[in-house]
Write a protein that binds this ligand. Structure first.
Ligand SMILES: Cc1ncc(C[n+]2csc(CCOP(=O)(O)OP(=O)(O)O)c2C)c(N)n1
Length: 361
């Protein structure tokens, strides 16, 4: 007997080529139309450039012992910013993993808070009132059920907000991801699963992360669409997310968006990718840079130039520096901070530990 299935059994989900609009040289492909205005593309570009400049600064400061472990976003700017640009910060929630700094900034979260978080200051864990973001999540995929819960809550309260859960290819192997998809599908919760497939989960390559040919193809198994986009194409990510947002607001339920992108730098400051990344693969992805293609696109309409690049780089460096200066003004946390913000009413054991600890100071 043959080991292949009979031809009448059609596969339930097939792999599809990622959707693209803007080519690597900054030209719209075929008959594609830009889904955002030049003013929006400039807003997105600014966030993308800021994210990358923040990476460089934080890597250097981590090496000087001035901040803790840092996860860069280099290479993933279009996935992060293109999706965030499709949201309304007044009504929609960003639920990040740990690389999505510009998405938080677009929601109005202050850069100083991100710096304090990276410095291990307890104030960095605080989200100002009215800013619709959750904090970075280090425990893989634990943020995904939170995003579904937020979406379900908004649905029950008849608000028209949506939530976006960001996570990686590695996180999509966690039970939390699958349970979240199942619940969100059943509830038709207004949530978008934004899977950033950057081809690596630290040193585990995508090929051995999952036997699925296409991570987006998992969604139909939970009763909602999964779409695949070029994650280095700002326009494709924006268009896909905007449509998913419209679907969610209309009560049609979740969408899974798989952004095919590439982590150009180390996983974190604690990683050495030269031990496992193939240089040729890295070079190939280097030719598909997400920032470069938006700059080229804007240059064609006279909205970008070398002078403008220089001016923006200087302004962004100042903006980052002033956020560090503001963060430095926040008084350092004392040992008592270890005992705060955990329980509304601390337990007697915790109070005893606190008293003993403070006596030793
Ligand atoms: C529950 C859990 N298991 C393991 C880890 C250790 N860990 C940290 S990052 C990471 C890889 C994550 O890969 P992916 O989800 O693809 O995201 P990426 O870092 O590539 O953006 C692992 C295994 C963790 N933080 N949490």
């Amino acid at each position: 007997m043959s080991d292949a299935l009979s031809p009448q059994f059609k596969p339930a989900a097939k792999s599809v080529a990622p959707h693209k609009l803007l080519g690597p040289k900054g030209k719209l492909l075929g008959t594609a139309k830009a889904p955002m205005t030049d003013a929006q593309a400039l807003e997105a570009l600014r966030l993308m450039m800021l994210g990358r400049a923040f990476d460089t600064k934080c890597f250097s400061l981590q090496r000087q012992g001035k901040i803790g472990t840092f996860a860069p976003l280099h290479g993933q700017e279009a996935s992060i910013v293109g999706s965030a640009m499709a949201l309304n910060p007044e009504s929609d929630w960003v639920v990040p993993q740990y690389r999505e700094t510009p998405a938080l900034l677009r929601q109005g979260y202050p850069l100083e808070q991100i710096i304090l978080y990276r410095q291990g200051h307890p104030h960095g864990g605080f989200v100002p009132d009215g800013i619709k973001v959750l904090q970075f999540q280090i425990s893989l995929a634990a943020q995904i059920p939170h995003a579904v819960g937020l979406a379900w809550g908004m649905q029950l309260q008849q608000q028209d907000g949506v939530s976006v859960a960001y996570f990686g290819d590695g996180s999509s192997s966690e039970g939390d991801f699958h349970e979240s998809c199942n619940l969100a599908g059943v509830l038709k919760a207004p949530v978008i699963f934004l899977l950033q497939n950057n081809q690596w989960a630290i040193s585990t390559p995508r090929e051995i992360q999952s036997a699925a040919s296409d991570l987006a193809a998992r969604a139909p198994g939970y009763g909602f669409p999964g779409i695949s986009v070029d994650g280095n194409d700002l326009f494709a990510v924006y268009q896909a997310t905007a449509e998913a947002v419209t679907r969610a607001r209309a009560g049609k339920g979740p969408t899974l968006i798989e952004c095919h992108t590439y982590r150009m730098w180390a996983h974190t400051t604690a990683d050495d990718p030269s031990r496992y990344v193939d240089e040729k693969e890295e070079k190939r992805w280097g030719t598909r840079d997400p920032i470069d293609r938006v700059q080229r696109y804007l240059a064609d309409s006279g909205n970008w130039s070398d002078d403008k690049a220089k001016a923006w780089e200087a302004e962004i460096a100042d903006e980052i520096q002033s956020a560090f200066d503001n963060a430095a003004k926040v008084p350092p946390a004392g040992p008592e901070a270890l005992y705060e913000h955990v329980f509304e009413t601390p337990t007697s054991t915790l109070n005893r530990q606190r008293a003993a600890h403070l006596q030793e100071q």
